[in-house]
Design a protein around this ligand. Structure first.
Ligand SMILES: Cc1ncc(COP(=O)(O)O)c(C=O)c1O
Length: 398
């Protein structure tokens, strides 16, 4: 396993983060971290937990009250027929949830259909479980959804699972009910599993989020994964959860959580209890503000980039995943990737954090990802900087 891990790449986001450290006063549009303070419901619950000395070992599966709240939320909000709190497992954020799910389910050589583009850790965690990610393109012209005929053609006798990430990072694309129904039919017919990463379920501007696990007969073959990180702007607190109906697979996932954490931080879990028990007003406020930031960024982008960036605003999540004018060329002729060249240019010349589309898979090349979940002033500053480093450059290039 030691040397095997050498074959799994670190995400390009790490390379970008290192590049950002070399820049003074950067605009941090690279990370998927929204700028809001945590809601008081979370903060007060964590403070109370400290004062009440809730600082000891916990059951590996999580604080019973949190499992109960998560089970209730999955039943009521997501329509997933969770029967018992025992089906819930608390994890160290969604990342750990995906990791545990992959380790619990995959055998060496199992193929997993993944969206392309997709959040890079997905592919890495499938590989870490000795699985094989099989990229199936999302189509920009269809709101960054799969062509399901194409997906069906990618299924082989080795396919073990389909990995859904809707809303998707980086594109903000959302699968429709009929997409999910067709995927569910394929999964039932061919006895496939489904991983469903629903990290951005609460950040939807147009359309509706739906969990495939709520469709008839799907929960027993789906592992839905959730996180508090994005909904409540608490990326550093580290709490997520997943639900697994199958007792054998669940027992394996519990072992992964046991041997990687013993239990998720007690204070963090009490914070999550506060989030789920308390008012959800902050979630609505965050979403409304994110919509305003999305609109601000997209309104300024065509002019600030001198027409180099284009694309429709996303239906969900908080990323602008925009097309780069194919005529634009990296500063260095030695840089074969247009999007990496753009990232180098924007970071070094404009102090603008961003992630190259190529990092998310082959279909991401020719695109850039900017996180618009930052303060309005930071977004305006990034646009202003872009105006000075991109628009004139483009005029010269033409
Ligand atoms: C698609 C997706 N899933 C899961 C996560 C995991 O987030 P966390 O580990 O903070 O819960 C992220 C974070 O960026 C994400 O983009």
């Amino acid at each position: 396993m030691g040397t095997f891990l050498d074959s799994i790449p670190l995400s390009g986001i790490v390379r970008i983060r290192d590049m950002m450290y070399t820049v003074a006063n950067p605009f941090r549009l690279d990370q998927g971290d929204i700028s809001f303070d945590a809601p008081d419901t979370v903060k007060q619950a964590m403070i109370r937990a400290v004062e009440e000395n809730r600082t000891h070992y916990l059951p590996t599966t999580g604080v019973p009250r949190l499992r109960q709240l998560a089970a209730e939320k999955l039943r009521v909000r997501n329509g997933i027929p969770v029967e018992s709190d025992d089906e819930i497992l608390i994890t160290n954020g969604g990342t750990h949830g995906v990791y545990a799910a992959c380790q619990a389910l995959l055998e060496p050589g199992d193929e997993v259909i993944v969206p392309d583009p997709e959040w890079p850790p997905t592919m890495a965690m499938i590989r870490a479980a000795h699985g094989e990610p099989v990229a199936v393109p999302l189509h920009e012209s269809d709101g960054w959804r799969w062509n399901l005929d194409e997906l069906e053609r990618a299924l082989t006798p080795k396919t073990k699972a389909i990995y859904i990430n809707s809303p998707n990072n980086p594109t903000g694309g959302l699968l429709t009910r009929s997409d999910l129904e067709r995927i569910a039919a394929m999964a039932r017919e061919r006895s496939l599993w489904v991983f469903s990463d629903e990290a951005y379920e609460d950040i939807v501007f147009d359309g509706h989020h739906m969990s495939i696990a709520s469709l008839p007969g799907m929960y027993e073959r789906t592992i839905p994964v959730y996180t508090m990180s994005k909904t409540y702007a608490v990326t550093g607190v580290r709490v997520g959860y997943l639900a697994i109906k199958d007792p054998t697979v669940r027992a394996r996932a519990i072992k992964v959580v046991l041997y990687t954490t013993s239990n998720v931080s007690s204070i963090a879990q009490y914070g999550a209890i506060g989030a789920l028990e308390g008012s959800q007003d902050a979630v609505v406020k965050f979403r409304d503000e994110l919509r305003a930031r999305r609109d601000l960024f997209y309104e300024g982008l065509p002019e600030a980039s001198g027409g180099i960036f284009s694309g429709a605003p996303p239906a969900a999540a908080f990323y602008a995943f925009v097309r780069i004018d194919p005529a634009w060329r990296p500063d260095s002729a030695d840089q074969p990737s247009q999007s990496w060249g753009m990232a180098e240019h924007l970071i070094a010349q404009g102090r603008i954090g961003c992630v190259p589309g190529a990092d998310f898979g082959p279909s991401g090349e020719g695109h850039m990802r900017f996180c618009f979940g930052r303060e309005r002033a930071e977004l305006s500053g990034a646009l202003e900087s872009m105006r000075s480093v991109l628009a004139p450059h483009h005029v010269r290039a033409r």
